[in-house]
Design a protein around this ligand. Structure first.
Ligand code: SF4
Length: 371
């Protein structure tokens, strides 16, 4: 297949669904790790077309959703400073901190700007030596290489007014945490194709062996997802646990090695707290000592900030696959995209936002779906 519409071909989708129905004999719970996959599943109604034996559990792979509240509050404190120009991707502006969000800081006179690349923030720092320019560097292995490049570029240019608030998280430790949770129900994973296009698949083999769980690297189009599910179910039914790459047009086993080299140069692995989930050991990146002078947390001394989540929001359970968004009592009532209580309703990759956007107001168990 060469063109995008070929990955949405309804006849091929019907054949894949038929194959899944043919092999399945019992219930299975499969987690799609990435929020982009969750949106594709809900937008295309894939969850409603699958046999009832398959439960798709929505994973924690949304960078905006898992950025810890404490980091959001630190971002708000830094952005409110008069000497700071705070640069962020647009998704982060409405993410609620304990008492406010970046939009409110902006409307109160803070210099908060939406950028489309971390290099835009570096350029701004070059143009405005009178300002402290801070970039909000969040996300998984997909966004981290560009952020690492921005730090390298800032060093090359000798900038002293550029820094980054870093909150990067890593997928493999999250898979370990899910598998080691006493409440875990996941029996197979659809791994995020774009993460693997950067990092390769070599980190996933040890997880398959340690936990005896099938992992299928999967893309984002409807046929990619159905093929990932078909392969996962086939393995589960055969009692196999293997690593399979169902996204070979983008993912090679070794990944993007120049990107991995710049990540290794700039970042080191650290413990990281995930919003709604808690601390996962060795699950994030921070700047290495050599680049620590670009660390906004140290530069602006925002270490002592107390945080408080909304008592109504149950996004931690949503992010761990323990609750579907439309099972949250606040869903579509106190919590909407205009009045979000949690990051999973704000983010364009958030599971709550997907359910709201595509009208899933009734829990799936209560709906009669024609098959
Ligand atoms: S619907 Fe809103 S309140 Fe409920 S879990 Fe999602 S973000 Fe939190």
């Amino acid at each position: 297949m060469k063109y995008l519409d070929e990955f949405r071909n309804p006849e091929v989708a019907a054949r894949l669904l038929e194959e899944i129905r043919r092999v399945i004999t019992r219930p299975w719970a499969i987690m799609e790790v990435c929020g982009g996959q969750t949106h594709s599943i809900i937008r295309n109604g894939i969850d409603q077309l699958l046999p009832p034996e398959i439960e798709l559990i929505h994973g924690p792979g949304c960078p905006v959703c898992v950025t810890p509240l404490e980091i959001i509050d630190k971002a708000l404190a830094i952005a409110a400073r008069p000497e700071v120009t705070f640069c962020s991707f647009g998704d982060m502006l409405r993410v609620p901190g304990s008492n406010s969000d970046l939009f409110q800081v902006k409307s109160s006179g803070g210099d908060v700007r939406i950028v489309y690349s971390p290099l835009d923030a570096v350029r701004l720092a070059q143009q405005r030596p009178d300002r402290e320019v801070v970039f909000f560097g969040i996300g998984f292995e997909t966004t981290a290489p560009a952020n690492a490049m921005a730090v390298v570029q800032a060093e090359r240019l000798g900038l002293t007014n550029f820094s980054m608030l870093v909150s990067h998280v890593l997928v493999p430790p999250a898979i370990s945490a899910i598998m080691e949770s006493p409440r875990n129900r996941v029996q197979a994973f659809l791994a995020a194709g774009h993460v693997c296009s950067v990092m390769g698949t070599w980190q996933y083999g040890p997880l398959v062996e340690r936990y005896g769980v099938p992992i299928v690297v999967t893309g984002f189009e409807p046929l990619d997802i159905l093929e990932g599910i078909r392969r996962a179910v086939t393995q589960l039914e055969a009692g196999r646990a293997e690593l399979e790459n169902a996204y070979p047009r983008a993912v090679r086993p070794e990944g993007n090695q120049p990107a991995q080299a710049v990540l290794e140069q700039v970042f080191e692995v650290t413990d990281r707290t995930w919003r709604g989930i808690g601390m996962i050991p060795q699950s994030g990146w921070r700047l290495r000592e050599r680049y620590r002078r670009f660390d906004a947390e140290a530069r602006f001394e925002v270490g002592h900030i107390n945080t408080a989540e909304s008592p109504l929001c149950r996004s931690g359970e949503v992010l761990q696959g323990l609750l579907k968004p439309n099972q949250c009592p606040a869903f579509g009532k106190q919590c909407t995209p205009r009045t979000p209580l949690g990051a999973t309703m704000v983010s364009s990759e958030g599971a709550c936002a997907a359910y709201y956007q595509y009208g899933r107001f009734i829990p799936a168990g209560d709906v009669e779906v024609a098959r």
